[in-house]
Write a protein that binds this ligand. Structure first.
Ligand code: NIG
Ligand code: FE
Length: 392
C-alpha cells in the first residue's frame, strides 16, 4: 500500500475543535490517518495530491437509516404537504411492498441508496430492518443490510403488523424472530411511541436483545412527548433517536446518562413537525448526533449535507456544531472510536469539498459540494472534474 500526501487543503477539519485554515496537509497510510499538520512539515510519501484549496472534513457517519424496503410513498408526502398529518400507519404499506419484493430487488435498492450516500460524503451507515415483521423477512432484511455495513440494527419492534395481537407479537420479536435476526445484527431497536410500542413492551424488547448480545438503541419522542427517552437513559443505551418532543426531565436524563440524542431533521422537513430543539440539548451538555433516518415514509433523503443545512438554518446549530454532530456525533452514537474525526490513527474516511470551507455545506444548501469521498484510505467516489480548479 502506498502512502499519500494530500496538500493545499483550504480548511482541514480534524474535528470541531481543530480546524486548520490554510497550508494544511494530511497523510494517509495503510487506510489510516498517518499525519496532519502544515504542508511545509509533511513527511515524505509515495505520492502527493494537490487539492487546490478545497476543504477536507471527516466522512459523515449516518447512524440511523432504514434502507431495506421496496416502493415509495410519494402520494403520502404530497398529502402531508397539503395538510395531512404524518402517522406511522404508512409503515404498513411499505411492509407489504417489502414482503413481496425479491432479495435481488431489495439488494438493488439498498445499493442505490448506499451509492447516493457515498456521493454525498457518507462513509459509514447504520441500516435497520423493520419492514419485514415476520421471522423470515426480518432475518432476510438484516442479511441484505449486512452485505453493505457492519452496523445493522434489528427493528422487529417497528410496528405491530396488521392482524397480529400486540402481546403475541412482542413474544415473537423477543423469541424466534430475535433468534433468527441476531446472527446478522449488531444492535436492537424499538419504536416507543403511541400506536407502536409502549415503554413496557420496548423494555422487554431491549432487554431480550441485550441478553442475546445486541445492545439497544431506541426511536422515541418523535410524534409526541412520551416515556421513551427516560427508558433509553435508564437502560444506559448508547443513543436515543428523534427526540422531537422533550420535557425538562428528559433533557436532564440525557445530560446525566450520556446517552446520545440523535436528531433527524429530514423527518421534521418531510412531516412539517416542529424542529427538535438542538440548542436546548447542547446548552444542557447533551451529546447530539445528526442522521438522515433515510426511509420511504418520514424522511426520504440520503443526504447529510441537507440535514446539516436544516440543523444550521432551523435548529440553531452553528455550522461547526452541525458538522461535528454528523461525523463525531454519529460515531459516538454507534459507540465507534475509529471513525468520526481525522485524528492520527483513525480510519482515513474523509470528504474533499468543492468549496474552501465546511461552512459552505449550510451556506450553499442543495448544491453538490462533494468533490471526492475516501473510505479506508481509498477514493470511493470522485466527481468528474469539469474545470481546472477552485475559483474561490
Ligand atoms: O424513523 N419512527 C418510525 N420509523 C421511521 C418511519 C418509517 C416510515 O414512515 O416508514 C422513522 O421515522
Ligand atoms: Fe427511524
Amino acid at each position: 500500500m502506498t502512502s499519500t500526501l494530500l496538500s493545499n487543503i483550504g480548511e482541514l477539519v480534524v474535528h470541531a475543535g481543530h480546524r486548520n485554515m490554510s497550508d494544511s496537509a494530511l497523510v494517509v497510510d495503510h487506510g489510516r490517518v498517518a499525519w496532519v499538520g502544515p504542508a511545509s512539515e509533511a513527511p515524505p510519501t509515495d505520492r502527493a495530491i494537490d487539492l487546490g484549496g478545497r476543504a477536507v472534513i471527516p466522512g459523515f457517519v449516518d447512524s440511523h437509516s432504514h434502507l431495506v424496503f421496496a416502493g415509495d410513498r410519494a402520494p403520502e408526502f404530497e398529502a402531508r404537504m397539503t395538510g395531512a398529518a404524518y402517522t406511522a400507519g404508512g409503515i404498513r404499506s411499505t411492509v407489504r411492498a417489502t414482503r413481496s419484493a425479491s432479495d435481488d430487488e431489495l439488494t438493488t435498492n439498498v445499493a442505490r441508496l448506499v451509492e447516493e450516500m457515498r456521493r454525498q460524503g457518507t462513509t459509514t451507515v447504520e441500516i435497520k430492518s423493520g419492514y419485514g415483521l415476520t421471522v423470515d423477512d426480518e432475518a432476510r432484511s438484516l442479511r441484505i443490510a449486512r452485505a453493505f455495513t457492519s452496523e445493522t440494527t434489528y427493528l422487529g419492534a417497528h410496528v405491530v403488523p396488521p392482524d397480529a395481537d400486540p402481546a403475541e407479537y412482542v413474544e415473537l420479536v423477543t423469541g424466534p424472530m430475535l433468534e433468527a435476526a441476531a446472527p446478522h445484527a449488531t444492535w436492537i431497536d424499538a419504536f416507543c411511541e403511541r400506536g407502536a410500542f409502549d415503554a413496557d413492551q420496548a423494555r422487554a424488547v431491549l432487554e431480550a436483545g441485550r441478553a442475546a448480545g445486541l445492545p439497544g438503541r431506541l426511536h422515541a419522542n418523535q410524534l409526541a412527548p412520551g416515556p421513551g427517552v427516560q427508558l433509553a437513559c435508564e437502560l444506559g443505551l448508547v443513543a436515543v433517536d428523534h427526540c422531537t418532543y422533550l420535557s425538562d426531565r428528559d433533557v436532564d436524563a440525557l445530560a446525566q446518562s450520556g446517552t446520545v440524542a440523535t436528531l433527524l431533521p429530514g423527518v421534521e422537513f418531510s412531516t412539517r413537525q416542529p424542529w427538535p430543539d438542538a440548542r436546548r440539548l447542547l446548552n444542557a451538555g447533551v451529546t447530539v448526533a445528526l442522521a438522515s433516518d433515510c426511509n420511504p415514509g418520514s424522511s426520504y433523503t440520503s443526504s447529510l449535507p441537507f440535514c446539516i443545512a436544516l440543523a444550521v438554518r432551523d435548529m440553531s446549530m452553528s455550522p461547526s456544531e452541525a458538522l461535528w454532530s454528523a461525523t463525531a456525533g454519529g460515531a459516538q452514537a454507534l459507540g465507534r472510536t475509529d471513525i468520526g474525526t481525522l485524528e492520527v490513527g483513525r480510519r482515513a474516511d474523509f470528504v474533499v469539498l468543492d468549496a474552501p470551507s465546511s461552512t459552505h455545506l449550510a451556506y450553499r444548501p442543495g448544491v453538490p459540494l462533494i468533490w471526492e469521498t475516501w473510505a479506508d484510505g481509498q477514493s470511493v467516489y470522485q466527481r468528474t472534474p469539469t474545470n481546472g480548479g477552485l475559483r474561490g
